[in-house]
Design a protein around this ligand. Structure first.
Ligand SMILES: Cc1cc2nc3c(=O)[nH]c(=O)nc-3n(C[C@H](O)[C@H](O)[C@H](O)COP(=O)(O)O)c2cc1C
Length: 173
């Protein structure tokens, strides 16, 4: 499918069918997060892939979990991430977010829905999932078969700011 069509079809899924994500599909999604570009190829991204029911219930304690059968906690290692020498800004969030985006779109391409979650309690997440001190959880990605009514792929004219407000050519006005 044309990439923009796929991107327009994607929407934040907050209702999932009680169906597991097949292992083959899960592996393809993870692979999409593995091959990403990262700053200086330093690869600070680390994924905790959660698909065990006994572990999944813990998400209720740390976020508004929508019940997806597969959840990936996308972390980053600050010490590994590249730092820009001019101002010491690190790319840990950027690299983790590239991984999250690729996995989200890979899921879409495989006929799965997803919901990106950044509204979570970081301390509770760290405790519940034993996230090591060197890592910071940046995003959570819920993945599964979407239930309920799908959002229209033509919704963006109403749901997004006008493109002229976002894009400038050659000079900001
Ligand atoms: C960085 C980021 C953080 C988000 N955090 C949450 C979240 O914590 N909970 C949630 O339900 N949706 C979250 N979303 C989903 C957005 O609310 C959703 O993508 C946006 O409203 C546009 O809707 P659409 O994806 O259905 O087009 C997040 C999305 C992004 C990109």
């Amino acid at each position: 499918m044309d990439f923009n069509e796929l991107a327009k079809q994607r929407y934040a899924v907050r209702q999932y069918k009680p169906l597991k994500v097949e292992e083959e599909k899960m592996k393809k999604i993870i692979e999409a997060g593995w091959v990403i570009p990262t700053a200086k190829n330093l690869q600070p991204q680390r994924f905790l892939v959660v698909n065990d029911e006994n572990e999944l219930v813990k998400f209720d304690k740390v976020t508004r979990y929508h019940g997806a059968p597969l959840v990936i906690i996308v972390c980053s290692d600050r010490e590994t991430a590249w730092r820009r020498p001019y101002d010491n800004k690190d790319t840990m969030d950027i690299d983790a977010t590239i991984a999250t985006t690729h996995m989200m779109m890979a899921a879409q391409d495989l006929g799965l829905g997803s919901c990106w979650i950044t509204y979570f309690d970081p301390e509770a997440l760290k405790k519940e999932f034993n996230i090591p001190d060197n890592l910071e959880a940046i995003n959570i990605l819920e993945i599964g078969y979407a239930d309920g009514e799908a959002k229209s792929p033509d919704r963006h004219k109403e749901m997004r700011k006008p493109i002229e407000e976002i894009v400038f050519y050659n000079k900001f006005k």
